[in-house]
Design a protein around this ligand. Sequence first.
Ligand SMILES: NC(=O)c1ccc[n+]([C@@H]2O[C@H](COP(=O)([O-])OP(=O)(O)OC[C@H]3O[C@@H](n4cnc5c(N)ncnc54)[C@H](O)[C@@H]3O)[C@@H](O)[C@H]2O)c1
Ligand SMILES: [Mg+2]
Length: 341
Amino acid sequence: MAMLYQAVYRRASFMWCRLHSTYVRKMRYLFELKEDDGLCRQAQNSGTFYLFHNLFPFLQKVGSKHFASQISASELKRILKKFKQDEQKLEDSVLIGCSDECMAYFALDLGSLEKMDIESELKGSFTELWKAFFQLDGKDARLLSLAQALLRWHDTHRYCSKTGQPTRKNLAGSKRVCHTNEIIYYPQMSPVVITLVSDGSRCLLARQASFPQGMYSALAGFCDVGETLEETVRREVAEEVGLEVKSMWYSASQHWPFPNSSLMIACHAMVWPQQNEIRVNKLELEAATWFSLEEVVEALRREPRPLRQEDGRFSLWLPPKWAIAHQLIQEWVKQQSTMPA
Ligand SMILES: NC(=O)c1ccc[n+]([C@@H]2O[C@H](COP(=O)([O-])OP(=O)(O)OC[C@H]3O[C@@H](n4cnc5c(N)ncnc54)[C@H](O)[C@@H]3O)[C@@H](O)[C@H]2O)c1
Ligand SMILES: [Mg+2]
């Protein structure tokens, strides 16, 4: 029966391949994997895995470049066997995407094994995501950020907050269920607005004390319960730098894994040029300053890392290319150069 089902499924998938765009086919396939544990189990046995150890992703290095390694299901089974683990451990993994050919990608945390044993077996290292983030390309960074967020959520939602009973994840990891009362829990992320404020000729960048030396970014803040995005933008700008927003518009969004899972919603905002005196909220920020177009253009040309000048101060540098703050800054630069003089 199972073989007949597989044959029918393969035939149906083949028809899908012929009839639909790659994107639609991938989204439909991922949807089915989330809904159907049997299908997801098959996908786990032929998919590839991104490994983690207590939420640190496994990376390999070629020259000075880091990349996220994909391990095949058969290689993973070999490793599990070598370290005396049950093959069933594959089912602890979470689905994080698929290739254009519908080969599923999973993430699995091997925190119960000895870290150094796996590192020497696979010739790489488990690295703190925050440190790895600046060295990875955009695609790897996106996948690892989603994977870490999902693994963290499962690790911290093992019990039902109403009954105290254990919850069980579906195979894909898109939800957990408390079987005592059938409450379903879905992975969560917090909405955050990130706003690049301009007074017409300059843009406002700020830094928290925890940022690396010299790095400035746009203003960011979590949405409060009950707020619209527009209200969060206005409140955060008022709270953090003491300015009143005149107008704002949405740009784009991005998933962000730090400190937990956030949906970064990026906006531009204008303040009145006559009322642009910054009053920094020192409980939130170390500094906030207006920067000219020239200063920002020069900083965009620099490598995203601390650079000490001769006078001992650090040069301005900006978040890396694939961070949404970088995109907002690039957009602002473009707007400035297309504005009438
Ligand atoms: N992707 C990017 O380009 C980029 C750039 C800058 C900041 N960020 C991210 O934006 C996020 C928010 O920025 P912020 O720290 O200035 O926010 P913030 O200004 O709202 O200040 C953080 C404080 O908000 C409170 N808070 C309210 N709801 C919270 C929640 N759901 N989770 C955690 N804290 C909550 C806490 O007291 C916390 O200390 C951070 O996670 C930061 O990493 C991303
Ligand atoms: Mg903030």
